[in-house]
Ligand binder design. Structure first.
Ligand code: AMP
Length: 412
């Protein structure tokens, strides 16, 4: 069974074709700048073929047409005909409290995703465009939707409620939803397999640290708290996002600077975080390099990030009444030995101690745990696409393949 995994943004479409027999990625690619001048596609196959070409994509249907063309014809072909694609799995950013699980697409599901566009204006309309384009090209093959929010549906109300008038929750559904759920689910499951223990008996803290970052407390395989909130701006500071703030800042900054409305959103989403504090870059590598060269603001940004991660780990361990494992994933979590070392320093009180030599190594799975530590610490490369493909397979009546996470690996 071959499953096409799709992640549509407003002007982009990322795809992976996965053969579920062995969970092998046959090809993957990215269509960029859809609907804007300068659009292009990058297509790579599992045997090393790679092509990048300029294309005039007016819309997502054009992009779909091109990727199908590359998948079925010429040197980048991995199948002979699109009829070999058995199902499509779409990543959807916001399912709010409407979607506790992944599900198959029908008109009612599309209408619900659309009704959430108001709180996810950059994402949900784009996902619907992807679903419609797939319907146009692939006809009525099964399509599934897998939500970033579903994994957090298990949070108790004490974790998801904000301490504001209750009516805002009742009337406007204002609450913590949490994001990156597919990644937190994937790495927590993989962690339990690595520990050779049933996930039901484990308390795991998963740190997804990338351009967007969130940390989740996973108790018995269920998310019981997470850092992101009503939108993905909340929680930890990120590449360009502020993370949690004192709400009084909004009126104070408005008075001082004249900022208003959407300008605040742009400031807190696009000009804050590592970029805002360092005034250099949103990219953790640039920040680490600048800090090493003595840039004080870069060092401050890095210190703030590590401190916040450490604080959330301590808080979530307290919330769960203990912790058995900590997992680092995402671009920073998988690659930055500096961030991992700083976060895990002085955590012996909690049973956390990492081996600093192992911390310098690279790999999709690294056990960082030092001798004597009672809490396991891992690096686990996330694989949201594989999780989406597995959910799609299960929804189509197939049985997910056995644990072969390492087979479909993420290129760094
Ligand atoms: P993601 O959004 O998961 O793709 O992660 C992107 C982030 O990972 C960026 O801030 C990158 O700077 C960071 N990153 C990638 N490789 C490294 C590395 N070797 N060291 C530090 N940060 C890295």
């Amino acid at each position: 069974m071959k499953i096409l995994v799709i992640n549509c943004g407003s002007s982009s479409l990322k795809y992976q074709l996965i053969d579920m027999q062995g969970e092998k990625v046959l090809c993957k690619g990215n269509c960029e700048r859809i609907g804007i001048p300068g659009s292009k596609i990058t297509h790579k196959t599992s045997d090393g073929y790679q092509i990048e070409m300029d294309c005039a994509f007016k819309n997502h249907t054009d992009a779909f047409t091109k990727l199908v063309d590359l998948m079925t014809k010429g040197d980048g072909a991995v199948i002979e005909n699109i009829s070999e694609v058995n199902a499509i799995g779409h990543r959807v950013a916001h399912g709010a409290d409407m979607f506790p699980h992944s599900c198959l697409v029908d008109e009612a599901v599309v209408a619900k995703i659309d009704s959430l566009s108001e709180i996810a204006p950059l994402h949900n309309p784009a996902h619907i465009q992807g679903i419609r384009a797939a319907q146009r090209i692939f006809g009525d093959i099964p399509q599934a939707v897998v939500f970033d929010t579903s994994f957090h549906h298990s949070m108790p109300s004490k974790a998801y409620m904000f301490a504001i008038p209750y009516n805002y929750y009742k009337q406007y559904h204002i609450r913590r939803y949490g994001f990156h759920g597919t990644s937190h689910r994937y790495v927590s499951k993989t962690c339990a397999k690595l520990m050779e223990r049933p996930i039901e008996g484990l308390k795991i803290i998963t740190c997804h640290l990338g351009n967007g970052s969130s940390i989740t407390a996973v108790d018995g395989g269920r998310s019981v708290d997470t850092t992101m909130g009503f939108t993905p701006t909340g929680g930890l500071m990120m590449g360009t996002r502020s993370g949690d703030l004192d709400p009084s800042l909004v009126t104070y900054i408005a008075e001082k600077t004249g900022l208003h409305g959407n300008e605040f959103l742009r400031t807190f989403n696009e000009r804050s975080g590592l970029l805002g504090v360092s005034a250099i870059s949103s990219d953790a590598r640039d920040i680490e390099n600048a800090a090493e060269l003595g840039n004080e603001n870069a060092a401050l940004a890095l210190n703030m990030l590590c401190y916040q991660i450490k604080k959330y780990i301590g808080g979530f361990a307290a919330a769960m009444g203990g912790v058995d494992a900590i997992v680092f994933t995402g671009g920073i979590g998988e690659n930055s030995s500096t961030v991992r070392e700083n976060v895990c320093a002085n955590m012996e009180y909690l049973g956390v101690k990492i081996d600093l030599e192992k911390n310098k190594t690279r790999g999709d799975v690294i056990d960082l745990t030092a001798p004597g530590a009672t809490v396991k610490t891992y690096v686990i490369a996330t694989n949201e696409e594989l999780m989406i493909a597995r959910d799609t397979l299960a929804l189509c009546g197939g049985v997910p393949a056995p644990a072969v996470e390492k087979a479909a690996t993420k290129k760094k």
